[in-house]
Design a protein around this ligand. Structure first.
Ligand code: DP6
Length: 325
């Protein structure tokens, strides 16, 4: 069968996904909204081959660790079931950024894998079905299928067919920028799935967190429609801080931040006082991510770059959905 090579971008949630309504089907308890981030890309090449006795997975030029390889195989089993093939595949995947450091490599990774595998098997599925499929690998991967500014619906169905992401603005519709500070390139201390489940089952703030997501998502959608950056930025920062507050209140409390992350929050507040519209967000790792518009990007980038503990910055802009290359 044919070799397929695809490229997918990571995404950054402005309204966070943090909690599932179904662990098995990977269904979120609430919707979320994200920016698709160029140049944080994963490139994946796949070929299904009859002679293989198991899936062969290479990550960044090396044989993938067992945990990673079995996650890939588990996902390919879903695709094999859908298509009716029993062939194993060789998968060669490369990330253009640190893997599993809270920089959403699982989002671009599973988006790329879903597209590459379904194309290689000649399956005809539309973008919404593809997004729902990518979701099975990692929830946030659903949001890396469409490109631009994206909303992922929680959906209501138990089979997950209405829980997919779709674009609400194209990559060229609004020139938003994200400056990411790498505060620790190592792997995450706690994985997102585990952190979400612990928060859902033990945090006294989990319910309140979920209630707030519904309101934030509605308002964020309006802010995108009206291109109101102040509103969108305020919702972004609030959503991140609320998510982390809910996780912190879990038992045991989950703390993704390090000292540099906290300094970055102070920095963003100082920048705003000085008239630079910048907003903080952060995911399941310590890396601060600052959202701003094009006119403030240089100011934000040089401020973040000079923060002690930041080893590297990555400047991002809105990018496209998954593509064959
Ligand atoms: C904190 O998509 O990595 O980045 O569905 O369990 O694989 P799983 O989780 P994942 O979670 C992302 C969580 C987050 C917030 C977000 O991206 O919305």
């Amino acid at each position: 069968m044919k070799n397929v090579r695809v490229r997918a971008l990571a995404n950054l949630a402005l309204v966070k996904y943090f909690g599932k309504r179904d662990l098995q089907m990977n269904l979120p308890a609430a919707g979320s909204l994200s920016l698709t981030l160029e140049p944080l890309s994963t490139t994946t090449e796949i070929a299904f081959r009859p002679e293989l006795e198991r899936d062969m997975v290479l990550l960044d030029g090396k044989k993938a660790a067992d945990k990673f390889a079995s996650r890939v195989s588990g996902f390919l089993d879903i695709v094999r079931d859908m298509s009716g093939t029993s062939e194993y595949a060789s998968v060669v995947t490369e990330n253009a950024f640190p893997t599993a450091a809270g920089l959403a490599s699982s989002a671009s990774g599973f988006a790329a894998l879903a597209y590459a595998a379904t194309k290689a098997l000649g399956m005809t599925i539309d973008k919404e079905q593809l997004s729902a499929l990518a979701r099975r690998g990692s929830g946030s991967a659903a949001r890396s299928i469409p490109g631009g500014i994206v909303v992922w619906n929680a959906g209501e169905k138990s089979d997950g067919s209405d829980s997919f992401a779709y674009p609400v603005a194209g990559p060229d519709d609004w020139d938003l920028r994200v400056v990411i500070g790498v505060a620790d390139p190592g792997p995450k201390a706690v994985g997102s799935t585990e952190a979400m489940e612990l928060t859902r089952t033990t945090s006294p703030y989990y319910r309140e967190w979920l209630d707030s997501v519904h309101i934030d998502l509605m308002n964020a959608l309006r802010a995108v429609e009206q291109r109101n950056f102040t509103d969108l930025g305020e919702i972004t920062e609030r959503s991140a801080l609320s998510m982390h507050a809910a996780a912190l209140a879990g038992r045991p409390g989950i703390l993704f931040w390090n000292g540099t992350t906290v300094e970055a929050i102070h920095l963003v507040r100082r920048l705003r006082q000085q008239g630079t519209e910048a907003y903080f967000t952060c995911d399941a790792g310590p890396q601060p991510k600052i959202v701003c518009t094009k006119s403030d990007e240089d100011t934000v980038a040089s401020a973040l770059e000079s923060l002690p503990g930041i080893t590297r910055i990555i400047r991002c802009h809105l990018g496209a959905g998954v593509t064959e290359i």
